[in-house]
Design a protein around this ligand. Structure first.
Ligand code: NAD
Ligand code: ZN
Length: 369
């Protein structure tokens, strides 16, 4: 005999959170946490480049407010997004007596955000965490949306969880110390938002290239704010990445392959730039997008000093595309613009299959353009 007992867990989980943006915000995080606490004790997790720049300062500020806090540092770089580092962090958290009522503050770029968020998701079965993004990429993209992960030797982001932060503090003034190449790399995601969602924003970027490149406060604030609003809208519509959220991955299918082929020497945004040229071209060839708009996108990418081309072997590239998480039943999936500011869908689905034959044909042609 088989008996079935149903455990009912319907109910809607409220995972809403605030994204605060402001110049100089880093300094007011301690007082804000005093007023609106997330935990009884905090571990600030940061990397070796940021410890002296901002980590110690944040810790001092927390102590000044009589907030119980400690500072944990991991080596800067993608290599820190590993299970070994999760284990190291868990040990440090235990050593510093963090418990289920404690919270993590992720102070850093996407590496720190992804690693700390994932650690928070499993430490004592999950403790709250706060994002304090310090790179442009993290401020406009990775700190929002709750995707956390670490890499394995087989590939990037293969172990992870959806785990939303409890608050995000974005201070654009932190970008003043960011190396220029990292800043420009983040711009690739900003251009992406224009192409996938907001034609007016794309035009704003076209008009303000020089001011943005020189970190003009008003322009920088505007692009960060607009990017956050776009990401927010897409994530709200599809938090679990079931359909619409895929548009955020425009250019990313080729980009991930290029990053892998380069041995992760190129920066993410650089690969995304080349990837947008490739995905955009496939969109043109498949009849979704007009060629003049594709050229306009490429011109904007180039005007920020981002690359449009990378040397790769076509067969190796196609082979590497299959490592992508977006692959469905062995078929490569892409997302395509239909005009600047809007993505194409077929029967309401944004991920569109592309056969290997098509890819070979289109990409061979792209080499000459
Ligand atoms: P990163 O975190 O490695 O930071 C880049 C470098 O800049 C590091 O050396 C860091 O120490 C330094 N740095 C950071 N902020 C600085 C500052 N204000 N001043 C001086 N130096 C500073 O790189 P990233 O580009 O921010 O993040 C890349 C990671 O983000 C990748 O692992 C990627 O997979 C992940 N990512 C995640 C999501 C998501 O939704 N979770 C989205 C996009 C990317
Ligand atoms: Zn990206």
């Amino acid at each position: 005999m088989v008996e079935s007992i149903r455990l009912n867990l319907q109910g809607v989980l409220d995972e809403s959170y605030d994204i605060l943006i402001g110049y100089g915000l880093l300094e007011s995080i301690p007082s804000d946490l005093k007023r609106n606490p997330i935990g009884r004790k905090y571990a600030v997790i940061t990397d070796s480049n940021l410890r002296d720049l901002y980590g110690e300062k944040l810790l001092r500020g927390l102590k000044k407010e009589n907030i119980n806090a400690c500072l944990i540092t991991v080596p800067a770089g993608e290599e820190s997004k590993s299970l070994d580092m999760v284990k190291y962090l868990a040990e440090k958290l235990l050593e510093n007596k963090l418990d289920r009522k404690s919270a993590i503050i992720a102070l850093g770029g996407g590496v720190i955000g992804d690693l700390s968020g994932f650690t928070a998701s499993i430490f004592m079965r999950g403790i709250p965490y706060i994002q304090v993004p310090t790179t442009l990429l993290a401020q406009v993209d990775s700190s929002i949306g709750g995707k956390t992960a670490v890499d394995t030797k087989e590939g990037k982001n293969l172990l992870g969880a959806f785990y939303q932060p409890k608050r995000v503090y974005i201070d654009p003034s932190l970008l003043k110390t960011l190396p220029e190449r990292e800043f420009i790399s983040g711009i690739a995601e900003v251009i992406k938002y224009g192409v996938i969602y907001d034609r007016g924003f794309f035009e704003y970027l076209e008009r303000n290239v020089d001011e943005i490149r020189s970190l003009n406060e008003e322009k920088l604030y505007h692009i960060i704010r607009t990017s956050c609003l776009i990401k927010k809208s897409v994530v709200e519509e599809d938090p679990r990445d079931e359909n619409k959220r895929a548009i955020l991955n425009y250019g990313h299918t080729p980009a991930h392959a290029l990053e892998r082929l380069s041995g992760y020497k190129c920066l993410h945004g650089e690969a995304v730039s080349v990837g947008m040229r490739i995905s955009g071209w496939i969109a043109v060839k498949k009849g979704f997008w007009r060629i003049d708009e594709w050229k306009r996108q490429n011109k904007l990418i180039e005007s920020f000093g981002l690359p449009l081309r990378m040397e790769f072997n076509l067969e190796e590239f196609i082979k590497t595309l299959y490592y992508d998480k977006k692959i469905e039943e062995g078929v490569l999936m892409f997302v395509f613009p239909k005009r600047i500011g809007e993505m194409a869908s077929i029967n309401g689905r944004y991920k569109i299959p592309v056969s290997e034959e098509e890819l070979r044909l289109f990409l061979a042609e792209l080499a000459d353009i």
